[in-house]
Design a protein around this ligand. Structure first.
Ligand code: ATP
Length: 272
């Protein structure tokens, strides 16, 4: 069988496993989701750990985006959506009636497929979330903006152009501004929906390196069509097919010794 070896171009080896077991950041139990009659997610069980990069892979239409948009309840913007089951974020069910969606979204940032900065200055893009949360003090905002841009590995490139429109920089830089904008609210989790699919290879590599850095402080869940990318940057991989999780394991295992024939067929390029 042809397999993709999990070559670590970004870092040569994974950090040593800690002695204590990692905590769950998201525990999904028997999640089902329907768009009207379309049963898009079927009995999903996934235990996603903190300070790991979890990759969601699978062919087009298998439910990857739907799943990560369920994690921050963005999917509820589609009126026909119905769900059953539970998603525990830090042990609280996000579907509980008294769980405010705004509260959840202060903990969970999201980065989309196409860089989507606001038509504002670089500074105002990053300061946007903190301002919404009531921070007005210029010195504090300056500090947050610098820290977030440094965290997104783009400070040096934009520090002299903070007042320029975010559209004036390259797509790869815009994507890092979007990551900085997500970091500015000090999230716990960052959801990434194919964040490099619109980027050139060098910008892609920068984002991949950044993801490796960010997992020290955040938990990252990334949807990707790019299996080499999943193999390079993730700790765990979930393979979705037709709305089901077929296999979820250490990335090394998924790419070198999957237990399900369908996973093997997918990663060796036989379909999808
Ligand atoms: N708003 C919607 N209304 C109805 N059906 C939808 C909606 N969004 C997605 N679907 C359907 O749900 C299924 C899962 O879609 P989803 O976008 O989650 O897949 P995906 O794995 O992310 O696909 P891709 O890799 O192409 O982005 C598909 O059959 C899709 O057509």
């Amino acid at each position: 069988m042809t397999t993709i070896s999990p070559v670590k171009t970004v870092k040569e080896s994974k950090p040593k496993e800690q002695n204590s077991p990692k905590k769950s950041v998201y525990l999904t139990k028997q999640l089902n989701l329907w768009y009207g009659d379309k049963h898009a997610l079927k009995n999903i069980d996934l235990d996603i750990k903190e300070h790991e990069v979890t990759a969601i892979i699978g062919p087009s239409g298998c439910g990857k985006s739907t799943y990560i948009k369920t994690l921050n309840r963005m999917v509820e913007l589609v009126p026909s959506v119905k769900t059953s089951g539970e998603i525990l974020y830090r042990e609280r069910n996000i579907f509980d009636a008294n769980y405010g969606v705004e509260e959840l979204r202060t903990k969970v940032g999201m980065v989309f497929q196409k860089p989507n900065p606001f038509p504002k200055s670089i500074y105002d893009n990053v300061a946007y979330g903190p301002r919404i949360h009531g921070i007005k003090n210029k010195k504090i905002l300056d500090e947050i903006v610098e820290k977030s841009l440094r965290g997104a590995a783009i400070w040096d490139e934009v520090k002299d152009r903070l007042n320029e429109n975010a559209y004036s920089i390259s797509g790869g830089q815009q994507q890092r501004i979007c990551i900085a904008r997500a970091l500015a609210i000090e999230p716990d989790v960052i959801l990434m929906d194919e964040p490099t699919s619109a980027l050139d290879p060098i910008s892609t590599l920068k984002i991949e390196e950044l993801v490796q850095e960010l997992k020290k402080d955040y938990s990252i869940i990334i949807v990707t069509h790019n299996m080499q990318q999943a193999a390079r940057i993730s700790d765990k991989t979930a393979f979705f097919l037709n709305g089901e999780v077929i296999e979820y394991d250490d990335t090394d295992v998924i790419f070198s010794n999957p237990s399900d024939k369908r996973t093997e067929d997918y990663i060796s390029g036989r379909f999808g």
